[in-house]
Design a protein around this ligand. Structure first.
Ligand code: GRF
Length: 196
């Protein structure tokens, strides 16, 4: 039976990567199958997670390969070899360049911890706390040339609790991400399977 093959790009802890794999194993991704983890940080905790969950991975620092373009070219080959249909950025901390964008435009999404277009870029949670806004949020959007600027697919508001510290807010945002991301991925897989 045909599946929608998913690659996750991540550089950090990987809680969203873990959630996606669990969602698939619980039958919550429809035809989606997480088959590859790609990281630019071979020492990232998410790599151990991939190994422990039995997911193949590609992890090289762009510097090891002579720069971003060479890294993207090699990643593009890895994605092609694994017949990847959908690329999910979950805590991937680099701007995607033309090599990967041209290969996966409209099939590459990013998870961002704010209600876009609010608080783009690094440390969106810290930005929201500093701004003292009453609510922030979580967004999933298509990846484009612009930092956190592609079309929003779905987003959820998260209310700030007065006096809340950063760790608590971050945990609540992660909990919302863990619901939203598998839902969006499943919807995209439902569409992509029809094109196969
Ligand atoms: C998430 O908050 C995501 O929105 C942002 O990076 C974080 C990754 O968390 N882009 P994790 O590594 O999945 O736990």
């Amino acid at each position: 039976m045909s599946a929608v093959n998913i690659a996750v790009l991540a550089s950090g802890t990987g809680s969203n990567f873990r959630r996606l794999v669990e969602a698939e194993r619980q039958g919550q991704l429809g035809d989606g199958k997480v088959v590859l983890l790609v990281s630019d940080r071979p020492d990232a905790p998410v790599m151990e997670l991939a190994a422990s969950m039995g997911i193949s991975f590609f992890a090289k620092n762009p510097k090891m390969l002579g720069g971003k373009e060479a890294w993207e070219q090699q990643v593009r080959e890895e994605l092609a070899t694994a017949s990847i249909d959908l690329v999910v950025l979950a805590g991937f901390m680099r701007l995607i360049g033309p090599v990967l964008l041209n290969a996966y435009r409209g099939k590459m999404i990013n998870l961002h911890p704010s209600f876009l277009p609010e608080f783009k870029g690094k440390d969106a949670i810290g930005q929201a706390l500093l701004a003292g806004v009453p609510e922030t949020g979580v967004s999933v959007h298509y990846v484009s040339e612009a930092l956190d600027g592609g079309e929003v697919i779905d987003q959820v508001r998260v209310r700030m609790i007065p006096g809340e510290d950063r760790d608590t807010l971050e945990a609540r945002i992660h909990a919302v991400e863990h619901e939203l991301l598998p839902k969006v991925v499943k919807n995209l897989c439902d569409k992509l399977i029809k094109e196969k």
